[in-house]
Design a protein around this ligand. Structure first.
Ligand SMILES: Nc1ncnc2c1ncn2[C@@H]1O[C@H](COP(=O)(O)OP(=O)(O)O)[C@@H](O)[C@H]1O
Ligand SMILES: [Mg+2]
Length: 274
């Protein structure tokens, strides 16, 4: 077991709204981890804290750099620096240049990883190693056939794969996927699940995802973290989490104690003044 990411007391407040509330978790490189929770639970805010888009109100984030053994504190660092250290993010942020080919998108990701200036000349340069590695990533993500297509001509499913390929372009230790199957039909969904599974096996990268499709979550996850009202209310294997009473109540809407009166005054008033 190796930790790749760790938060301690991570908290984000927007005025009186606590979007992420004192979350302490450890993510293991052996696991595919899913973060679930109802709409507004704080999943995207949690990602924004990990990737540096939001600065925490309290708490810390530590990640394992791509070439390191020890976790390093990245709390409050800007997104590009956290990305360079080893955390990449795909989806819900636009990381694909539509006017460029698939392979050039991945080459750009690698150029930025090396901290080189991003201009059109660096793309035109004949950099064999860079290009070879980009094609390797396209092989892994089943994109080699469309390597020279402009991204604007690709299907939705392929664009999402390019987003993953671009995220992998920096050789990250962790990739955060935000709803990887959103907007996909059942066939595309099944392919995406297969892809993440195979990438988990063939690369040194650890995958974390948020996902609302419970079939996907249960089919892909080694470990599940459950957020509700910004709080981590449960974590464990799929079986453990699905058997958890708070999860059944808060997330699945199943009240084992039977009856509306058993609501024990749960705070439901949040977000009204946001
Ligand atoms: N930039 C922001 N400013 C104010 N409130 C925000 C901001 N980002 C998120 N929130 C609030 O934080 C809560 C959690 O949102 P979010 O992280 O998007 O949840 P999820 O991704 O689980 O649906 C919501 O009540 C949302 O309105
Ligand atoms: Mg979200």
């Amino acid at each position: 077991m190796t930790d790749v990411l760790e938060t301690e007391g991570l908290t984000k407040k927007f005025g009186r709204l606590v979007a992420v509330d004192d979350v302490s978790v450890t993510i293991d490189s052996d696991d595919i981890t899913s973060i679930i929770g109802p709409n507004g639970a704080g999943k995207t805010s949690f990602y924004n804290l990990l990737a540096g888009q939001y600065e925490p109100t309290e708490g810390t984030v530590r990640i394992r750099p791509r070439d390191g053994d020890e976790l390093v504190d990245v709390t409050g660092k800007p997104p590009h620096e956290i990305n360079r250290l080893g955390l990449s993010r795909a989806f819900q942020i636009n990381n694909v240049f539509e006017g460029l080919s698939v392979v050039d998108n991945v080459r750009i990701a690698r150029i930025s990883r090396e901290g080189r200036t991003l201009d059109i000349r660096s793309l035109a340069r004949d950099d064999t190693e860079l290009t070879e590695r980009a094609h390797e990533i396209l092989e892994l993500t089943n994109l080699e056939e469309v390597a020279h297509e402009q991204c604007e001509n690709l299907s939705h499913g392929d664009v999402r794969k390019v987003e993953i390929a671009v995220a992998l372009g920096t050789d990250p230790s962790v990739v955060l996927l935000d709803e990887p199957t959103a907007g996909m039909n059942p066939t595309e969904t099944e392919r995406m699940v297969e892809l993440v599974r195979s990438l988990d096996e063939t690369t040194d990268t650890t995958f974390v995802l948020t996902e609302h499709d419970m079939d996907v979550v249960l089919g892909i996850s080694d470990r599940i973290l459950v957020l509700d009202n910004g709080e981590l209310i449960a974590q464990g294997t799929p079986d453990e989490v699905m058997a958890d009473e708070r999860v059944r109540k808060a997330y699945l809407g199943i009240d084992d104690s039977d009856g509306a009166a058993a609501n024990d005054g749960a705070e439901t008033g949040r977000g009204e003044e946001a």
